[in-house]
Ligand binder design. Structure first.
Ligand SMILES: Cc1ncc(COP(=O)(O)O)c(C=O)c1O
Length: 373
């Protein structure tokens, strides 16, 4: 049996939506689907505004620019994340400061965050790792007291919630990613969600050349003025069409991921106690963008699973230990929980179309690894 790490959930609606835009003969770059996708996205997440961009990384970069974060500022980030979370302060000339995570959610530990705050701290970026909400309410409380921004990195946690409130809406703003292994995907893509009109207006300029857009630039006879420095970080109309059809399936995608993950967790617990399953607090609705777990003899297990046709992976190696941060930037942080968790965590295949047979095969393989054939 061969089980990939992820498989994109797609259907005829994705093909139809995209084909319709292709055959329109225009609107391959900007077009009406972008605004439509943004309106529906904001509705789904529960924010006033959604601004799409060409990636989650651009969303982080654009947001830090929109908040005017720059040289001399510090931004607190986890090291247990995808590298672009930590890189985003560097993009704008600010300094990423690593705080440790806690073991229940694998998200930033509020106590560690509090210790890392200085008078230069301008923002905190909690990451909702693997689709599990981080302790963002506690972090927001700490930040509010000190007038520090909270920017949620919800790249992995589309549709995850705490007490029914979606990740991305607890902080001052949040970012989403629609890269191919995420909960919903447009191939590449991202978005910012925010309640701030000011941030929304700045992002509209930043993502499209600083241009004041009062219509469709490509087909309008009007002259548009350029009022700031901006980039081309737009999501295309083709991509947004795919976003709309993916969004229609989001609830079903999340339902299936949760169902498979809960079944997998139950089955693993029946065969071994060498594995510790992710067990967030009850009110935390985990969407399992990744099925990550803590495992004894993790590296040997990874090799064994791969021999048996199961694509497991390590998410993540701590950012502060990467050659770039360690050798080029000189980071020498000690983050005990991050380092411990990073040595023992393994990510198994998880996607909506995973079959019961495939899940049972994963469990049997884990059983054979720990208990012998
Ligand atoms: C936590 C986290 N932040 C940011 C990103 C960046 O998103 P993108 O790949 O869309 O640039 C990712 C995606 O891999 C991620 O997992």
């Amino acid at each position: 049996m061969n089980i990939p790490l992820f498989k994109i959930y797609n259907d005829q609606e994705d093909i139809d939506n995209l084909s319709k835009e292709i055959s329109s003969g225009g609107y391959w770059a900007v077009g009406p689907k972008v605004g439509e996708f943004e309106d529906k996205l904001a509705d789904y997440i529960g924010s006033e505004y959604a601004v799409t961009l060409n990636s989650g990384t651009s969303a982080l970069h654009a947001l830090l620019l929109a908040y005017g974060i720059g040289k001399g500022d510090e931004v607190i980030v986890p090291s247990y994340t995808f590298i672009s979370t930590a890189n985003s302060p560097l993009f704008v000339g600010a300094k990423p400061v690593f705080a440790d995570i806690e073991e229940e959610t694998y998200g930033l530990d509020p106590d560690s965050v509090a210790e890392k705050i200085t008078d230069k701290t301008k923002a905190i970026i909690p990451v909702h790792y693997a689709g599990c909400p981080a302790r963002v309410r506690e972090i927001k409380e700490i930040a509010e007291d000190k007038d520090i921004l909270v920017i949620e990195d919800a790249a992995e946690s589309f549709g995850a919630s705490i007490d029914g409130k979606n990740t991305g809406t607890f902080g001052d703003s949040g970012i989403l990613s629609f890269c191919q292994n995420k909960i919903i995907t447009t191939g590449e893509g991202g978005a910012v969600v925010t309640d701030s009109k000011e941030v929304y207006e700045k992002l509209m300029l930043i993502r499209s050349h600083g241009r004041l857009e009062s219509g469709d630039y490509f087909s309008s006879a009007n002259l548009f003025d350029y009022v700031d420095l901006g980039f081309n970080w737009r999501m295309s109309n083709l991509t947004a069409a795919l976003g709309l059809s993916q969004l229609n399936k989001a609830d079903e995608i999340i339902r299936l991921r949760r169902k498979h993950s809960e079944y997998l967790s139950k089955k693993i617990a029946e065969v071994t106690d060498e594995i510790k399953i992710f067990n967030p607090p009850k009110a935390y609705n985990h969407v399992y963008q990744l099925y990550s777990m803590w495992a004894n003899n993790r590296d040997e297990l990874l090799d064994y699973l791969s021999e048996k046709g199961i694509s497991a992976k390590i998410y993540f190696d701590p950012v502060h230990k990467s050659a770039f941060y360690r050798d080029k930037l000189g980071y020498v942080d000690k983050l005990p929980v991050t380092e411990k968790v990073a040595k023992t965590t393994i990510t198994l295949p998880m996607f909506p179309e995973l079959t019961e047979e495939e899940i049972n095969y994963m469990v049997d393989t884990i059983d054979a690894f720990y208990n012998g054939d």
